[in-house]
Write a protein that binds this ligand. Structure first.
Ligand SMILES: [Mg+2]
Length: 250
């Protein structure tokens, strides 16, 4: 359902596979795991390939990927804890947003306050946002894992928290994300509007018909929102917003 002109006052985004390809981060993380395993005699290239295969088979949020990969290379004797630590410690200095994302967010942030609502290890998610160079665009950051995994999307609470931090009624917030079952369902359940983007690992998963729109990338999602805004006046000088530090809820 297309929102009425004047009804959108803020936009929140998912992070992984919405603003950048998570595969880029993951590939580096799998290499970090493989390098640590090489210290105990595991062939790193074989383990890296096995990690990619296990992640592809299970989905990256499935868990047990490292155990499955060790089994695939016949090394169940290798302790998993140091490998998980290597995964968590992976912190690339830079990550690359999807093409056009940086400029589109810059333009949108001049019109509306922006936020992030993301699941995942808090330190890892914060490091990703910093490596992407996008942190200055967001006035509110909500990392749901800070409240426990049971508050991961589609739980409405992280969405409500973002709306509260932005000082905007959830009904006037549009959420942009790639996973219908987490992002669209969660946003709608919290009373927000939602745009689904078909990027990344879940791009082939069917749409949720209740979303405002399903578009190929977040750049198109932002274009839709900007089109809608053309019919409504600028309510707040965004320059003051961009200069403030983000509020992080954790
Ligand atoms: Mg995502």
């Amino acid at each position: 359902v297309t929102p009425a002109a004047g009804s959108v006052a803020a936009v929140c985004f998912d992070l992984d596979d919405t603003l950048y390809p998570q595969a880029e981060w993951l590939d580096g993380a799998w290499w970090a795991v493989a390098s640590r395993a090489a210290e105990v005699g595991v062939d790193p290239t074989r383990l890296h390939d096995a990690l990619l295969a296990a992640a592809g088979a299970r989905g990256t949020d499935g868990g047990g990927i490292i155990d499955a990969a060790l089994e695939a290379v016949g090394r169940v004797d290798v302790p998993v804890a140091p490998l998980i630590a290597a995964f968590r410690a992976h912190a690339p200095e830079t990550l690359t947003p999807f093409p056009g994302i940086a400029a589109a967010l810059e333009e949108l942030a001049l019109r509306l306050p922006l936020g992030i609502v993301s699941d995942g290890d808090v330190a890892i998610q914060e490091a990703k946002l910093a490596a992407l160079g996008l942190a200055p665009r967001f006035a509110a950051l909500v990392w749901s894992d800070a409240y426990g995994r049971e508050q991961r999307k589609p739980d409405p609470r992280p969405f409500w928290r973002a709306a509260a931090l932005l000082g905007i009624d959830p009904a006037r917030v549009v959420y942009v994300g790639d996973r219908p079952a987490k992002d669209v369902q969660g946003a709608l359940g919290a009373g927000m509007q939602a745009i689904r983007v078909r990027t990344g690992e879940w791009r082939k998963c069917p749409d949720d018909a209740r979303a405002w729109a399903s578009v190929p990338t977040a750049v198109e999602a932002i274009a839709r929102i900007l089109d809608l805004l053309e019919d409504q006046p600028v309510s707040t000088p965004a320059s003051t917003r961009n200069s403030t530090s983000p509020v992080t809820s954790r």
